[in-house]
Structures are given as structure tokens and as C-alpha cells.
Design a protein around this ligand. Structure first.
Ligand SMILES: [Zn+2]
Ligand SMILES: [Zn+2]
Length: 345
């Protein structure tokens, strides 16, 4: 049977030290440095929905002009978007996905899957169809080598050569801190979305620590090395959003464990897709930081997103939107409400 190293064990201090390194030097962390704020994620998502023009992007995301300009410039710099003229006026530019940007599609689809199942966010198409087979799209992440669906219990990990060079990278590339998620810049923040988890550095690290099987406050704190008020705040948010739950493991004094709920584990495919994208498109100068192995076939983890019906690799151009996109009553398409949206049940 597969190794269960990743979950359900009491970590030793050395493990926590390793996890701490992996959280910072892993492929997901590198990918998040490239697109790791909520605006960039929203822009990538909208790009796959065919939104290309500045004003349309502004209306959909609710970002201010300044924020939007900065994020678009950054995505162009990172090589995910390129500018393309449209219309008659030469100054009119739209933003299109490069090959690197298109390769982000599995990540965007995993976001859509999670939102569709758990988030209930407006503005997303309710149903996607795989035109190649004509079925409703129900994607799954599969191993390139053995075609099996990726189950978290079937992965083992160890640090790669890039992990030991983490300190070098840190001194040269300053990590951009994402803005506090409570400051909405016009966007509705009363609901918790996929981008709130991954678009906030500390939240992403916290969920990562839970993926690695750290459940106790002290262990999580040691692996993240962040201020306790930030950690307490992020735990509170994740609890409120139903991404994690608390379990009392000691009564005197009361001590809690934090565990991912089904909704929390629902972020795992997304994270695997990020790992794959980071591995392929943002290679580390000293080699991979985190080496994941698919234990059933004993190959290094290399994944693809396939259609659950026909098992073919999903390409963006073979996916069609069906059904009306949900918008709150009385709101025009293109706007983002400032009022709390009704959570879909
Ligand atoms: Zn495999
Ligand atoms: Zn299909």
C-alpha cells in the first residue's frame, strides 16, 4: 500500500524544520511568487474566460486602475500575458495569454472546480463542457506515468537540491507581500474564495503546513515562523470559512489541533496543479526545492489534468461555457458587488 508519510503522524522537530524549508523553497512557493496575489489570480481566471480588455478586467475584478495596471504589468513581466493591439487605434491594447500563461489552465480549472463546489462565487460559469467528448467537464488530476488519479495519500516528499539554496534566493529576490485580504479595494471580501486562500502568503503557507500533516498550533507556528497575531488571524479566517476545524486534544490546559475539512482538502488538486506549473515554467536555478513522488508507480510526480469522461488531457480551446453565469439580483454583468453576496447552498 502507498506510503502515508504526508499525513497523520506526530512530526519530529527535524521534520518541522524540513517542512519549514519546503514551504518556502518548494515549487508552489515559487509559483506563488510569480502569480501569488488575489488580483493576479483573478486576472488569470478572467483571461481564461476570454476577458482581455482593461475596462472589462477592471469591471470584473473590481480592482482600481492603479492596482490593475500594476498587476497587468507584472503578469506581462512574468511572461504570462502579452499585449496585443486591437481595433483601429494603435494605442488600444488587449491582454492575451502566452504559452506560459496558457499552461496555467489546469490551475485555473482547479480554482473553478473548488469555487463551483465550495465557494458559490458569482461571475463564474456554472457548467463547462469538454467539446472533444461532449460531456460536462469533470476534470481530474492524473499521473503522467501511470494515469492514476492523484490521491494525497499516494505522495511522498523529500527536499530537492533547490531547498538548500533557499537562503541565496531570498537575499536576491525580495518576496512581494500581498496586501491584507481584509482590504478589498472595492471587492466583496465577505465571502471566502480560493483566491483568499492562495492569494495571501500566510494563508497559503498555513494550508501548506496542514497538507504536510502539521496540526498543532506550536508545530504550525514553528514551521511558519510568523507573528502569533497573524497566525491567530489566519486560523480564525480559515475556521470561519470552514476550510479547517478545531479538535480538542488536551483538556488541561485546553489545546487544539487544526485539521483540514473536506473543503480544505478540496484545495489539494489546486496545489498539485500549482506544483506542476511551477516545476515546468519557473525552474529553480539550483534544481527542484521539493521532490514529490507518486508512490504507486514510484515516479517523480508529474501530473496532467484530464477529462473525467474521456481521459484526454484538457486543453483550454476544447472547453466551452454552458449555462448563464450567475450574478446577484439587480447587478449588472461586469460589476462586483460591495454588499455581501448570498452564499449558494
Ligand atoms: Zn504514477
Ligand atoms: Zn472529455
Amino acid at each position: 500500500m502507498a506510503s502515508k508519510k504526508v499525513v497523520r503522524r506526530t512530526p519530529r522537530p527535524a521534520d518541522i524544520e524540513t517542512i519549514r524549508t519546503l514551504l518556502r523553497a518548494g515549487e508552489v512557493a515559487r509559483a506563488l511568487q510569480s502569480v501569488g496575489d488575489r488580483w493576479s489570480f483573478l486576472l488569470m481566471r478572467d483571461a481564461f474566460l476570454g476577458v482581455r480588455r482593461f475596462e472589462d478586467l477592471r469591471r470584473r475584478t473590481g480592482a482600481s486602475r492603479g492596482t490593475l495596471t500594476a498587476r497587468l504589468n507584472s503578469l506581462v513581466e512574468q511572461g504570462l500575458f502579452y499585449r496585443s493591439p486591437y481595433g483601429n487605434a494603435p494605442s488600444r491594447l488587449e491582454y492575451r495569454l502566452t504559452e506560459k500563461g496558457l499552461a496555467f489552465y489546469p490551475v485555473a480549472l482547479c480554482m473553478w472546480m473548488w469555487e463551483n463546489r465550495w465557494g458559490g462565487e458569482f461571475g463564474l460559469p456554472p457548467r463547462l463542457v469538454h467539446t472533444r467528448c461532449g460531456n460536462t467537464l469533470n476534470p481530474r488530476i492524473a499521473c503522467v506515468h501511470c494515469d492514476a488519479s492523484i490521491d494525497r495519500r499516494d505522495l511522498s516528499y523529500r527536499p530537492g537540491p533547490g531547498a538548500t539554496h533557499y537562503g541565496d534566493q531570498q537575499s536576491t529576490t525580495r518576496r512581494r507581500e500581498s496586501p491584507a485580504i481584509s482590504r478589498g479595494d472595492g471587492i466583496d471580501t465577505t465571502m471566502f474564495h480560493c483566491v483568499d486562500t492562495v492569494g495571501d502568503r500566510w494563508t497559503a503557507l498555513l494550508v501548506g503546513a496542514l497538507f504536510f500533516g502539521l496540526n498543532r498550533y506550536d508545530d504550525i507556528n514553528a514551521s511558519l515562523g510568523i507573528a502569533t497575531n497573524i497566525l491567530a488571524d489566519r486560523l480564525r479566517r480559515l475556521l470561519a470559512a470552514g476550510v479547517i476545524e478545531q479538535h480538542l486534544y488536551q483538556e488541561h490546559p485546553p489545546r487544539y489541533e487544526y485539521r483540514l475539512t473536506k473543503k480544505g482538502w478540496g484545495l489539494f488538486p489546486f496545489t498539485v496543479a500549482m506544483h506542476e506549473w511551477g516545476t515546468q515554467w519557473i525552474p529553480a536555478p539550483h534544481g527542484p526545492g521539493l521532490k514529490l513522488r507518486h508512490t504507486p508507480c514510484n515516479h517523480r510526480l508529474h501530473t496532467k489534468l484530464v477529462c473525467g469522461s474521456c481521459n484526454q488531457v484538457i486543453e483550454a480551446r476544447e472547453v466551452e461555457i454552458r449555462g448563464a453565469t450567475r450574478w446577484p439580483a439587480g447587478q449588472r454583468r461586469g460589476g462586483q458587488g460591495k454588499k455581501p453576496l448570498v452564499r449558494r447552498t
